[in-house]
Design a protein around this ligand. Structure first.
Ligand code: CMC
Length: 429
């Protein structure tokens, strides 16, 4: 039992309850502080603010631990699949054989998109960024699913989750085909989730693409390792939109937009751009690292650092190993992988990175795997979105099921002008 925290402010003392989580992590509940003491808390970037109580994912950033619903991510990576893990995240338990079969069959039954949706792709200009298309098309998809636009029953929710998970993959592949001026490819029911996606990306009407099992396994792992990461920027966005009782589709579309930024999911593409530049220019790594450390410069070591991990990101370790396995199996080398490893070594020896506890994150090696499969760089963040979808769905549901959920509405400290007189335009100078 943890006693209350005591706050003294303006000569008065206030008792603040302390909430304790499963791992004894404690949080001071300040929800009634303004009401009782007339003061709010300020925490730019929410680095020290718990926005909710959640039972989906646990991270211990100091020790580099990540668990989905209590299961270590390393164990899931070795024994589970993306779809089984998605089920675990969304519904809270590992599925039985029958439940998994039913879920897979719901994914297959719902793999195609309404024929009219195909025409929506024509409205985008050539070279439109696939993340923009994805966000817009998830909202458009919601319009084709009016039954899921409101309060879903539990049964409807299972179907809504399966339909969205299945169709996001079809939309993602179609957005790529559109961006390269190729015809859209229909899904094939005999293929499983990841292989079906690769088919829709790379088959042609006159030639079927049979995905190498090595690619399928590597992509499945990659999707699983992205499946949830507690209150990150995009998931918090999904939760915030859900708190207004917005529907699943539009909440997820907002999550896609948040994920797009280079400090979040967009980092995987930025890493490849950075490594390519280093290989092409031959800039000495010590020189590049000096640029990254320069506070007046704009460069960052992309794929390094994390708000929560102050130790190795466990996903980065698994992805680095998968990257080595994949390239060895294919008997290929990639100058970007060699560069990434050299750069990592230089950074991890540098006092700047040691002091700030900056390590490779999930995005550092993931792009190299995707490149090996022929996935173009502007699709990398879309792949992250497909992987993150089960987490977004689980968090959306958690918000909607929580009887204590209220609309998210932070406060602010106003720092603008106090009161000003309106000056007619002719008197302004
Ligand atoms: N390169 C150089 N310096 C860095 C980096 C980096 N990648 N990351 C952090 N720092 C420095 C930063 O300048 C600051 O230094 P100082 O204390 O002297 O001001 C210190 O480390 C703390 O950084 P911060 O920016 O205050 O940390 P944050 O928690 O606000 O940001 C981050 C976290 C991930 C946005 C940041 O580390 C970053 O920009 N990394 C590169 C982009 C990236 O790889 N993003 C993917 C994140 S993982 C996947 C995901 O969640 O989307």
């Amino acid at each position: 039992m943890t006693g209350p925290a005591i706050l003294t402010y303006n000569g008065q003392t206030y008792e603040l309850p302390v909430v304790v989580g499963s791992h004894r992590e404690a949080a001071i509940d300040i929800s009634r502080l303004r009401e009782t003491a007339g003061i709010i808390t300020l925490d730019s970037g929410f680095a020290n603010t718990g926005s909710c109580i959640s039972n989906i994912t646990y991270i211990d950033g100091e020790r580099g631990i990540l668990r989905y619903r209590g299961y270590l991510v390393e164990v899931l990576a070795a024994q589970s699949s993306f779809i089984e893990t998605a089920y675990l995240l969304i519904f809270g338990e590992l599925p039985t054989a029958d439940q998994l079969k039913d879920f897979r069959s719901a994914l297959t039954r719902n793999q195609s998109i309404h024929e009219d949706m195909h025409h929506h792709f024509d409205g985008f200009p050539p070279n439109a960024p696939p993340m923009a298309i994805l966000s817009a098309m998830i909202n458009a998809l919601g319009c084709f699913e009016p039954v899921f636009m409101g309060e879903e029953s539990d049964d409807q929710f299972v179907l809504a989750a399966a339909r969205l998970m299945s169709k996001i993959r079809t939309i993602a592949a179609a957005s790529y085909r559109k961006s390269v001026g190729k015809p859209m490819i229909y899904p094939r029911s005999q293929l499983r989730y990841t292989a079906n996606f690769l088919h829709m990306m790379f088959s042609d009407p006159y030639e079927l693409y049979e995905a190498d099992q090595t690619f399928v396994d590597a992509l499945d792992l990659l999707l699983m390792l992205h499946a949830d990461h507690e209150q990150n920027c995009s998931t918090s966005t999904v939760r915030m939109v859900a708190s207004s009782h917005a529907n699943l589709h539009t909440s997820v579309a907002a999550g896609v937009s948040a994920l797009w930024g280079p400090l979040h999911g967009g980092a995987n593409a930025a890493v490849i751009a950075m490594l390519t530049e280093l290989v092409e220019t031959g800039e000495p790594l010590e020189h590049f690292i000096a640029r990254v450390k320069d506070k007046d410069g704009k460069a960052r070591l992309m794929g390094f650092g994390h708000r929560v991990y102050k130790h190795f990101d466990p996903r980065a370790k698994l992805i680095k190993a998968a990257c080595d396995r994949l390239l060895n199996k294919l008997g290929r080398s990639d100058p970007l992988l060699d560069m990434a490893k050299r750069l990592e070594e230089v950074a991890l020896r540098d006092e700047y990175f040691i002091e700030r506890k900056l390590y490779p994150n999930v995005d550092y090696y993931s792009g190299i795997i995707m490149r090996a499969m022929g996935i173009p760089t502007d699709m990398f963040t879309v792949m992250f979105a497909i992987g993150r979808l089960p987490g977004w769905i689980a968090h959306w549901r958690e918000v909607r099921k929580d009887p204590n959920s209220r609309i998210d509405r932070p406060r602010q400290v106003y720092s603008g002008p106090v009161v000003r007189e309106y000056v007619p335009i002719e008197e302004r100078n």
